[in-house]
Design a protein around this ligand. Structure first.
Ligand SMILES: [Zn+2]
Length: 353
């Protein structure tokens, strides 16, 4: 008997373009959201986006509560929850880079409220996806939350974000290649749930981004457009899959482990990019696509070596040899690499040396 069933949860409105910041209030109206919103933001995004959006809301007769968070921590999530309860809000709006949006996502999940995502940097695919995670002491607090009700991505604001954040978003997308390889491997070896639609969409997203790499240049608003659309379709792939598998494989495990052993050293997307070079080598050996991944990263000015990440060689080796332990996700790393093998792949791909 055929008895499969699945839920695919997607944002209802995705608005991308120049000056769309002023349309957040229309999006809220279109979604029939009633009551008071809580804006979750951080200091710089507050100035460039949250305050002007708050003025639009006030002009429309809605009085938003605002909470500004400095760091992405579990305490910040709890603070947002407290403010939401104290101010009797009925939905959340995350306005900022990854931090503010992840926190709004986790808090709204706990509060069982909807949230909107208004990214001010195209730095990773969390701006659209249903996955949220923040550091919680020595581990990460990560949930399968809901995707945002809507995403409003103003390319004018995104283009003003520090360039590093944009190249990090690109590298996060380029890493889809190895995430999908890991997913297929896990499907063959461990029979994990797999969606060909989600895998194909994720790979195609990386391909389109790489094909458009010459449009990705500092100061070009079109760059923000290309990257944001790619982050959206990566997020949709995750929604179709019902997991982060289409965009998160061993290269993400490597990055999460770097976050533990060298916190704050480099941006998420940059770390997964370098991880992706090495795991592509593990999948395909010297004739695999690791050079294509490295060249694509280099062409958009994303790091391709430990030194460019600001890390020493030993830190990279430590993360590579231990990252299989952090989560029950089968990847090309299997039950772990030994140190010699790790040094070998890192050296052959030029990541250390
Ligand atoms: Zn990522």
């Amino acid at each position: 008997m055929f008895d499969k069933s699945t839920w695919i949860r997607l944002p209802r409105n995705v608005v991308v373009g120049h000056d769309v910041r002023s349309e957040v209030v229309d999006v809220v109206d279109d979604l029939h959201l009633q009551g008071r919103p809580l804006f979750v933001t951080s200091p710089t995004p507050r100035e460039v986006a949250a305050d002007p959006i708050a003025a639009d809301f006030e002009a429309a007769g809605i009085d938003p509560a605002i909470v500004t968070i400095e760091k992405a921590t579990f305490d910040a999530v709890e603070r947002v929850i407290e403010v939401a309860e104290a101010e009797a809000v009925s939905y959340l709006v995350g306005i900022g880079g990854g931090k503010a949006i992840d926190i709004a996502k986790l808090a709204s999940h706990h509060l069982e409220m909807g949230f909107l995502s208004v990214p001010t940097a195209a730095s990773h695919d969390g701006i659209v996806s249903n996955r949220g995670s923040v550091p919680d002491g020595d581990s990460r607090h990560s949930v399968a939350a809901e995707p945002p009700l809507a995403v409003v991505a103003d390319t004018g604001i995104l283009a003003e974000a520090p360039w590093d954040l944009t190249t990090a978003g690109c590298a996060d997308i380029i890493s889809n290649y190895t995430a999908v390889m890991d997913w297929r491997l896990a499907q063959r070896l461990k029979d994990v749930e797999y969606s060909e639609y989600a895998a194909a969409l994720s790979e195609m997203t990386a391909e389109i981004l790489v094909d458009n790499a010459d449009l990705i240049r500092p100061g070009l608003e079109e760059s923000a457009w290309v990257v944001t659309k790619a982050l959206m379709s990566s997020g949709v792939a995750m929604s179709i899959a019902g997991s982060s598998r289409p965009a998160s494989g061993a290269e993400h495990l490597f990055s999460h482990q770097l976050d533990r052993v060298a916190p704050g050293a480099a941006l998420h997307g940059h770390q997964v990019g370098v991880g992706s070079i090495m795991t592509a080598y593990l999948h395909g050996g010297d004739r695999g696509i690791w050079r294509d991944i490295r060249d694509a990263l280099a062409s958009i000015d994303a790091p391709t070596t430990a030194a460019e990440l600001g890390l020493d060689d030993d830190t990279v080796i430590e993360a590579l040899t231990t990252c299989h332990e952090i989560r029950d996700r089968y990847t090309i790393l299997g039950n772990g690499m030994n140190e010699r093998a790790a040094r070998d792949v890192a050296t052959k791909t030029g990541v250390i040396g």
